[in-house]
Design a protein around this ligand. Structure first.
Ligand SMILES: [Zn+2]
Length: 246
């Protein structure tokens, strides 16, 4: 469907600090999603709504009944179907400016690398440390910026990595020897609205990384929904990091 993109994004273009040139930049950006569950759902909606023009949804999971209360792109009829395909089919009609591709089978590290290097930014919306370490390794190798989100119990966090030679990586913060095998929200549960907050913050972080790569710094932003306290810290590179400093 052809649309007039300037009319479609009229309210965003009315912003004092947002230009047609920046919209063009977002329209030509390619973002890869790893995981289309609780974080992938809101993050994808907001990246499409801000004007990202090319998205790839990678997820080999199928929709399950216990997903439905928080993964709002899926309906009862979708149970048993691919999350990536269902999310794309659900979103595409509302965002005709965008091309959404789908990867719904399991990828090995080499296949993931081929995908990552074909994108401008990766959104890690996965729910386990094993996947996060693989995504981190591949993004470092491909020099592609990474936005990592996670949420468990009442707490959520968003981390941005430029993945330049001097910047820290996911493993600088969470060494795999210490964290591999930690439990995810499957076991610990999740305060559902935290997913919306973190997914939206991931989308904003991605926009900043795409539009202002030179001024972006690696930060960790954490929200505790029990106290509504938000904390932010600037990340430092671990010069002994086994992922990025060898
Ligand atoms: Zn590192």
């Amino acid at each position: 469907m052809d649309i007039n993109v300037n009319k479609f994004f009229d309210r965003q273009l009315k912003l004092k600090n947002f230009s047609e040139r920046q919209l063009d930049q977002l329209l030509s950006s390619k973002v890869l999603f790893i995981g289309m569950g609780g974080l992938g759902n809101p993050a994808a909606v907001y990246l499409l709504s801000v004007g990202i023009g090319r998205l790839t949804f990678a997820d080999f999971d199928k929709v399950e009944f216990h997903n439905l209360h928080r993964q709002f792109l899926f309906k009862d009829d979708d149970i048993g179907n691919s999350k990536a395909v269902t999310a794309a089919n659900s979103l595409q009609p509302n965002y005709p400016h965008a091309a959404i591709n789908v990867l719904d089978s399991r990828m090995d590290e080499r296949q993931l690398f081929e995908q990552v290097k074909d994108h401008d930014l990766v959104m890690d919306c996965s729910d386990n440390f094993e996947t996060r370490y693989i995504v981190n390794d591949v993004c470092i190798e491909a020099n592609i910026p990474l936005v990592s989100g996670s949420a468990s119990e009442e707490v959520g966090q968003v981390i941005s990595f430029q993945n330049s030679a001097a910047s820290p990586c996911y493993e600088c913060l969470f060494p795999r020897k210490q964290f591999l095998g930690e439990e995810s929200c499957d076991r610990l549960g999740i305060m559902t609205p935290v997913l919306g907050v973190i997914g939206s913050m991931m989308a904003l972080t991605a926009v900043n990384l795409l539009l202002n790569p030179q001024t972006s710094i690696s930060t960790l932003t954490k929200i505790d929904s029990g106290t509504m306290k938000i904390t932010q810290s600037t990340l430092q590179k671990d010069t002994y990091c086994e992922a990025c400093s060898i």
